[in-house]
Design a protein around this ligand. Structure first.
Ligand code: AMP
Length: 566
């Protein structure tokens, strides 16, 4: 018999409770900031496990959550999988019809719901047979008028603080999350204990997002978005202090928690950090404890990385720019991943050989999506089925495989045939790979703009436009064109005080510096806000539906529309 036991989440909980009983878990809730220790966390998690037993939740049952980031949500993260049930985190920002579909498809038996989100869940549940037998537990307060629900504290009160955790197989499903397709219903991804265990161990390595017992970890990324990128598990395994920013955190809340709790590692989508950057301009908050800010979910603009470097003394910018970080180096780490990958795939650490390179060379690498973390293999396939050369120029579709990457969607045979091949997940992301092995996402396969038979990266154009001082946000989509197949159109949110008459030409001038003429958008349109998806990404689908039609291109003749100068 070879050695070892199955790879499950239980040892992470055991380690934190026994080695770091006094380490704190801090949580901003509707009732204010609450605080307790891992020792109390372990007691309450056992109480929750006993309460779930008493409610009839058994091995293999699914338990949903419809919650923001707080300590009670974190209690479900270990209690549910560790008794052998499956934690299904539901994204409350999805439309009602998707929520209905998800709960029906997953057959959730019980759902934990935040007080403030109960009306939304009730509206999705109205007249939906799948909800008829679901039990609800409301996370805060004494109950909710929206649903018939037991208050959480009453649910766990008087339960034993010991639990005889079962020995589980590593193949036991532990978690579940749905990923939104651009068309059709969301697709379910199940996470086994082994997937979450190996994801945790890989992210703990120096090439991942390591967390140790002197760290203070604050996931701003919601706990309904792929387990907050696994951070609650990784932070527990590492024995770090946790900080949960609660319902809809504003930039002031994020900045305040960093300062008050001494946060060292935090993570979120680019819009979170754009919000913080804007807020900081007018406020003096001490952010000097920060070591790493993880940016993922969509591309981090290079200008964001530079902003942090300029203000912490990490770039060649004058010392007078140093602010908020007290000359303490904070690293903005770009990470890429997917729901299907639990989710971390790559992180943009600098390779040893690049530590001595000049700042601009380093920045060019750090702005990419980075190097695959240990344990994942990848290949990049061109349209003709061949692998691309690693030259930073050629691009194709990224395929990945590894221990924490799913092998199938839940009950979706047609999507399984399309998206998986011989153990590889076809990510749908179009990438380049440079000589060093750094990946760069060029686009989603379906968002690449095809002009005159050649490809234009909408993502690159967006990032270049967002680097303009007078632009807050920008999205670029391909609009159908009779002659060229598609042409790029940019939708821009101008910054306050921008000269809107001059801005389009000044954006074009900026783009001309780095891009061929045929890449320049044929039209630049102003809008008030870029529509976002339920996970905070630019929603190209909504932009196309709301704004983009062929009339935008009427009367506009591109200077060039293909690389041969046509
Ligand atoms: P989700 O499953 O909702 O997490 O979405 C996964 C997709 O988000 C990926 O396939 C990418 O298209 C995109 N994505 C995630 N991280 C990044 C990143 N750092 N840069 C660009 N796109 C990203």
């Amino acid at each position: 018999m070879p050695g070892g036991t199955d790879q499950t989440l239980r040892p992470f909980l055991w380690r934190a409770a026994n080695l770091y009983p006094d380490t704190e878990i801090v949580s901003r809730t509707h009732e204010g900031v609450e605080l307790y220790t891992y020792a109390e966390y372990a007691d309450r998690t056992a109480q929750l496990a006993n309460a779930l037993d008493a409610s009839g939740i058994a091995e293999g049952d699914r338990v949903g959550t419809f919650c923001w980031n707080h300590h009670r949500h974190f209690e479900t993260y270990f209690a549910v999988p560790t008794i052998g049930a499956q934690l299904h985190t539901i994204n409350p920002l999805l439309p009602d019809e998707h929520i209905r579909y998800i709960v029906e498809n997953a057959e959730d038996e019980l759902i934990f719901v935040d007080d403030s989100l109960a009306p939304k869940l009730a509206s999705a549940a109205a007249e939906a047979p799948a909800f008829e037998d679901v039990e609800f537990v409301v996370m805060s307060g004494s109950g909710t008028d929206a649903l018939e629900a037991t208050p959480y504290e009453a649910f766990i009160a008087d339960r034993e603080t010991e639990y005889d955790w079962p020995t589980l197989s590593e193949d036991q499903p532990a978690g579940m999350c749905y990923t939104s397709g651009t068309t059709g219903n969301p697709k379910g991804v199940e996470y086994t204990h082994q997937m979450l265990w190996s994801h945790t161990m890989a992210t703990l390595t120096p090439q991942g997002i390591p967390m140790a017992d002197d760290d203070v970890v604050m996931p701003v990324v919601p706990m309904f978005h792929v387990n907050a990128w696994g951070m609650p598990f990784t932070a527990t395994a590492g024995g770090a202090k946790h900080v949960y920013p609660g319902p809809s955190p504003e930039p002031a809340d994020v900045a305040g928690l960093i300062e008050d709790e001494g946060v060292t590692i935090t993570a979120g989508v680019p819009t979170v950090w754009l919000g913080l950057m804007e807020y900081m301009e007018d406020h003096d908050v001490d952010l000097s404890t920060l070591d790493s800010v993880i940016v993922g979910g969509s591309a981090a603009p290079e200008s964001m990385i530079r902003w942090f470097d300029d203000h912490d003394g990490g770039s060649a910018a004058p010392e007078s720019m140093i602010r908020w970080f007290d000359d303490h180096d904070v690293e903005l780490l770009h990470a890429w991943g997917m729901t299907e990958m639990s989710p971390i795939g790559s992180v943009s650490h600098l390779k040893g050989g690049l530590e001595e390179a000049d700042y601009e060379t380093q920045l060019a690498h750090r702005a990419k999506q980075g190097l695959m973390v240990p344990g994942i293999e990848f290949r990049v396939i061109e349209e003709d089925g061949d692998e691309i050369p690693w030259d930073g120029e050629a691009f194709g579709e990224l395929w990945v495989r590894g221990p924490w990457i799913t092998q199938e969607y839940f009950e979706r045979p047609e999507a399984n045939r399309e998206d998986f091949e011989e153990g590889w997940l076809k990510t749908g992301d179009v990438v380049t790979v440079d000589e060093e092995g750094y990946l760069q996402i060029v686009d989603r396969a379906k968002d690449v703009i095809k002009s005159g038979g050649e490809w234009i990266s909408s993502v690159e154009l967006e990032n270049a436009i967002m680097a303009h001082d007078d632009v807050t946000e920008a999205a670029v989509v391909g609009v159908p064109h009779d002659r060229w197949q598609e042409r790029p159109v940019a939708f821009v949110v101008p910054a306050a005080g921008a000269d809107e008459d001059r801005l389009p030409e000044s954006i074009r001038e900026l783009l001309r510096e780095d891009y061929p003429t045929w890449w320049l958008p044929d039209a630049i349109e102003y809008i008030e806000e870029i529509p976002k998806t339920a996970t905070g990404k630019f929603s190209k689908k909504d932009i196309r539906e709301a704004y983009s039609d062929e009339s935008l291109l009427e009367g506009r003749v591109p200077e060039e529309a293909a690389p041969d100068g046509d």
